[in-house]
Design a protein around this ligand. Structure first.
Ligand SMILES: [Zn+2]
Length: 369
């Protein structure tokens, strides 16, 4: 069966069309064929080209072959039918184009739609390092007792790190605090040597040089010693030095302060014990022990069956130290202590290896949010 559009490449005369009715019938066939093609989905562009194409579209062929060659008698009928058909084709193609475009828009919208019910992107929040948490806890306790927090330089001179703390050159106590000396331009031009401080105690001297008594300070910070790394040693670790100097400070106040700190830090049931010890800048000096918070004093692996755990060193300030800062040793007295923040963190949180603090392993750090 030949298609109606195929006939548009011939003239009406060749097709044997001789009446207005026959013209109308030919256009009706074309329209029916167009409507049949336009019934399907999509492809409006191909339909547009085959019917409206300038060079060989069906309507162009009808104009060239049917209208222009029509006899004067048929020409009005051909022209009228052609205008009707053109109007019909244009309107229908415009509808198809709109439908195709809105379908494409909807598909694009569906692709790009944001699903608000999906879970959002979770950015993990960091937390304070366990050592920072311990610093904060120690500071909280001593601030509540009226102490002030001061910080100082990590690079010191031997005078502040040793001599003014009653540790003269060649004193055996220096052997236990071997540290790192720095080569600096100032030293090469005859200035004092520089070293990384072995304790935060130099800030005792700096503070007393700057202000008269009373003094109540704690000094949190990093300190350095030439220790090989193991479960309880590191070349860099953390201390909180404490110093209280006033006109009427007794050993009782010292003991009460230490006991208060230990109870606040480790818990209300913890008992405290003082053992005689030696530090060059305190006299008398003590080691502060706490009753074992694991076994309660009956003996376990942590306390090595002794029931007691060594916490930190402390003592009454040696009067010799006052001489270095022009304090009146006859009128003033005081106490000092040095808390090992790493050690206290290990004890409180049951961490066997100190190196974990410095390895930045998030699996470890996450346990202390
Ligand atoms: Zn124990």
């Amino acid at each position: 069966m030949t298609k109606a559009t195929d006939s548009t490449s011939q003239t009406l005369a060749a097709l044997g069309v001789a009446s207005a009715d026959a013209v109308t019938a030919r256009f009706a066939a074309l329209r029916a064929e167009f409507d049949g093609d336009a019934g399907g989905e999509g492809a409006w562009k191909a339909l547009h080209d085959s019917w409206m194409g300038r060079k060989s579209g069906v309507l162009t062929r009808v104009t060239e072959n049917w209208l222009k060659t029509a006899t004067p008698a048929l020409r009005p009928a051909v022209g009228k039918c052609l205008n009707e058909l053109r109007g019909h084709v244009e309107q229908r193609l415009a509808e198809l184009q709109r439908a195709a475009e809105s379908a494409a828009d909807e598909a694009a919208l569906a692709r790009e739609r944001v699903d608000l019910s999906l879970p959002g992107v979770t950015r993990p929040l960091g937390s304070r390092h366990l050592l920072r948490q311990t610093f904060a806890e120690i500071e909280r306790i001593f601030l509540s007792l009226g102490f002030a927090v001061v910080e100082g330089p990590e690079i010191e001179t031997p005078y502040y790190n040793f001599e003014a703390l009653n540790i003269p050159e060649h004193h055996p106590a220096r052997d236990t605090m071997d540290t790192f000396y720095l080569e600096t331009p100032r030293q090469n031009s005859g200035g004092p040597a520089r070293l990384l401080r072995t304790h935060t105690s130099p800030m005792q001297i700096h503070t007393m040089e700057k202000q008269p008594a009373p003094v109540r300070i704690i000094v949190p910070g990093k300190v350095y010693r030439r220790d090989n790394p193991d479960a309880t040693h590191s070349y860099m670790f953390h201390q909180v030095e404490g110093l209280a100097v006033d006109t009427d400070i007794t050993f009782c106040e010292f003991k009460g302060t230490v006991e208060y700190f230990v109870r606040e830090f480790l818990g209300p049931k913890i008992r405290t014990r003082l053992r005689p010890s030696y530090f060059p800048f305190t006299e008398p000096s003590v080691e502060v022990d706490a009753s074992c918070f694991v076994c309660g004093g009956s003996g376990c692996r942590l306390c090595k069956s002794s029931g007691w755990i060594e916490l930190f060193g402390a003592g009454m300030v040696d009067p010799a130290v006052y001489g270095f800062v022009n304090y009146d040793a006859k009128r003033l007295s005081g106490y000092a202590f040095g808390l090992g923040v790493d050690r206290l963190s290990q004890l409180k949180y049951g961490i066997e290896d100190m190196q974990l603090f410095f390895q930045n392993d998030v699996r470890f750090l996450r346990q202390f949010p």
